[in-house]
Design a protein around this ligand. Sequence first.
Ligand code: NAP
Length: 284
Amino acid sequence: MILDGKKAAAELREELKKKIIELKSTYNTVPGLTVILIGEDPPSKIYVRNKEKFAIEVGINSQVIKYPEDVKEEVVLNKIKELNSDNKVSGILVQLPLPKHIDKRKVIETIDPVKDVDGFHPVNVGNLSSGYDSSIPCTPLGCYLLIKKIEKNLNGKHAVIIGRSNLNGKPMTQLLLKENCTVTITHSKTKDLKAECNRADIIIAAVGRPKLIKGDWVKKGAIVIDVGINKTDSGLVGDVDFDEVSKVAKAITPVPGGVGPMTIACLLSNTIECFRKNKSRLSS
Ligand code: NAP
């Protein structure tokens, strides 16, 4: 079975549209998302354009603030502080990667945790790992929702996550632990990745190596989620060898059209959650 991320994302956006209509009738205002884009990185420009397009589609007030590559760090930090105190802004996202002279950690830590739609602020990271309410990074959240479409009860499933980044692997671990999975997190120093994958009921590949995961690495009937986006001479491919693995997996996400669209839909969902949290903070 091919897990159609485009379709799942479109369904999620329809639900979000309805939620925003309800919020508008309750608060007489809609959630606002501000994206800060620095420089001219082509993939970043495409991601931001798509985020803006879908935000507008669901009824979110979308704003993109663009800075040249050589913008001073202080200018960006001051803008974030200004957005933190602007009640019309529910969510703030600073598109990564940043130019080298700008400290990513400082940028992330300047964002008000309640407006942190990406879930990268240490307060949200800590809350997620403690099992408390938090903003959840959009890509792992999208993967999680896709897995739940196939398997409602993940109790005792063995999940193998390939990649330990703060963006993908680590938050994915927390989400699956909360679902009572037994989680193995692997990385570039893992001794026998094939053997680890062979034991998995669920594989999440977030590596950035084209077609690393082969058909004979996957147990029959496993769910395989491919986060990787790799540009090759034959076009965009994932971390999973789709042709081989789709013959053994119970369900698999394609690249493109799998996790990518869900990431953006989850960003919109997070913006709505941030809006609610902002409102409840203002009223308390
Ligand atoms: P990252 O920060 O570079 O992390 C990659 C991880 O993979 C690291 O933990 C690394 O191990 C591990 N790794 C590298 N080579 C390996 C190997 N041969 N065997 C096992 N593990 C290996 O990457 P990321 O930001 O998490 O992104 C991963 C991929 O997802 C990229 O292709 C990216 O473009 C894609 N992505 C997609 C979406 C989406 O919406 N679909 C969103 C974000 C990212 P070490 O820690 O030991 O170095």
